[in-house]
Design a protein around this ligand. Structure first.
Ligand SMILES: Nc1nc2c(ncn2[C@@H]2O[C@H](COP(=O)(O)OP(=O)(O)OP(=O)(O)O)[C@@H](O)[C@H]2O)c(=O)[nH]1
Ligand SMILES: [Mg+2]
Ligand SMILES: [Zn+2]
Length: 377
């Protein structure tokens, strides 16, 4: 069963009043906590114990050195700002502390894609005047996860503990892809984040050309849509308002203007922005190299992330997918066959609604495409 096989699930976000919930509710806290305990508690303990008793042939001195971090200063709370394979930066009391990723964490990481993600709440100790060591990671309240792009069936946690995903697309250069937006929405809902859609580069629309109607597509199902231009400043106030006092992550294709938008929201931030020169396919070069947590002057935090090429859905069962397409739900309830997949069945109310123009065909296409990628028939 999905619950047993995939213990890292976090609860879908509480939906706003009047909106229907995706069909599943799992006892995620219990399953998740057990999993975390196993991975971070017992596993860490086990490795630590094995370190304490030096195996034959290894010198006492070497083990003392490795144990040093544990006997350092007091335990303190922090939030992870940046992560690389060897170290992470923790924000604590307005200060940045660089922490080595201890051997125990590295070993655990081989089983999970990343044990520490940006946004994680951690406990750490100082081990020297300038360096710390992470001792434990708190249970994640939310997470934005995707399928690891080259490691096969491995989860990659992009960011932990954020309230909302501001998914950025551009109206042109690179071209707007509704399929990607819909993938993000499924992942956000599955991980407990509220999605907000932001269409950038509206200055590139020709005179008289209409804005893409994303607001008509997503507004009625409760997702805010904003239109922006980092170049002209249009919509930047609205974006700042969205980010204010919240923990957010911005994500989207490379070159859509994520870092440019954050620079516009907070002058002086000076995030590195891609060169104006774009490659032949219209995709900007990959400019932001790693995710970074940024404190906002208006209150709250935002995580800038590197652009992605594609987004593989993680930990959604094929039969649960339609529940993430909120406008399908009232129709799906009346499908003739219980467990209707809304693909080939007779008397499928969802397909009828698509034909009657009550469900947008772009959303139905996204559903079919994601379903296909999840192995649905
Ligand atoms: N015309 C126009 N260009 C923009 C706008 N926003 C960003 N750009 C340009 O788009 C290119 C990419 O911008 P970035 O902010 O680096 O994009 P990004 O999404 O952060 O890209 P990655 O870090 O690679 O994921 C740069 O040349 C920007 O100047 C906009 O609103 N209008
Ligand atoms: Mg960037
Ligand atoms: Zn159906």
């Amino acid at each position: 069963m999905a619950e047993k096989d995939e213990p890292n699930h976090v609860a879908p976000r509480e939906h706003r009043t009047g909106r229907r919930k995706p069909p599943k509710r799992r006892d995620w806290t219990r399953v998740y906590r057990e999993d975390r305990l196993d991975d971070l508690g017992e596993e860490t303990e086990r490795l630590r114990r094995s370190e304490e008793a030096p195996p034959e042939g290894k010198t006492e001195a070497k083990f003392k050195r490795r144990l040093e971090p544990l006997s350092g200063g007091d335990l303190m709370d922090g939030i992870v700002k940046e992560v690389t394979s060897r170290w992470c930066t923790i924000l604590h009391d307005g200060e940045e502390i660089r922490c080595a990723t201890r051997g125990t964490f590295k070993q655990v990481r081989q089983r999970q894609s990343n044990v520490i993600a940006v946004g994680d709440r951690v406990k750490f100790r100082m081990v020297s005047a300038t360096e710390g060591a992470v001792e434990s990671v708190s249970e994640r309240k939310t997470k934005l996860s995707r399928r690891h792009s080259f490691k096969g069936a491995v989860e990659h946690v992009m960011v932990a503990n954020v309230d909302q995903l501001v998914l950025i697309a551009s109206v042109k250069r690179p071209p707007l892809k509704y399929g990607l937006i819909d993938r993000y929405i499924v992942a956000a809902e599955n991980g407990g984040l509220a999605p907000v859609v932001c269409l950038n580069k509206i200055d590139l629309l020709d005179p008289g050309e209409d804005r893409p109607d994303a607001d008509r597509l997503y507004g009625p199902i409760g997702y805010q849509v904003i239109y922006t231009s980092a170049k002209t400043g249009e919509g930047i106030d609205a974006l700042r308002e969205v980010l204010k006092d919240k923990m957010s992550v911005v994500s989207g294709h490379s070159g859509v203007g994520k870092s440019s938008l954050l620079n516009a929201v907070q002058p002086g931030l000076d995030l590195k922005v891609g060169k104006v020169m774009e490659d032949r396919r219209g995709k900007g070069r990959h400019t932001t190299e790693r995710s970074t947590l940024i404190p906002l002057d208006v209150g709250g935090y935002v995580v800038d992330t590197p652009g992605i090429r594609s987004f593989g859905i993680w930990n959604v069962a094929v039969e649960d997918l339609a529940g993430f397409f909120l406008e399908f739900i009232s129709f799906a309830e009346d499908c003739y066959f219980p467990g209707c997949s809304h693909t080939h069945e007779q008397n499928c109310r969802v397909k009828e609604a698509v034909e009657a123009g009550k469900i947008d065909p772009r959303r139905y296409e996204s559903y079919l495409s994601i379903r296909d990628s999840l192995g649905g028939r």
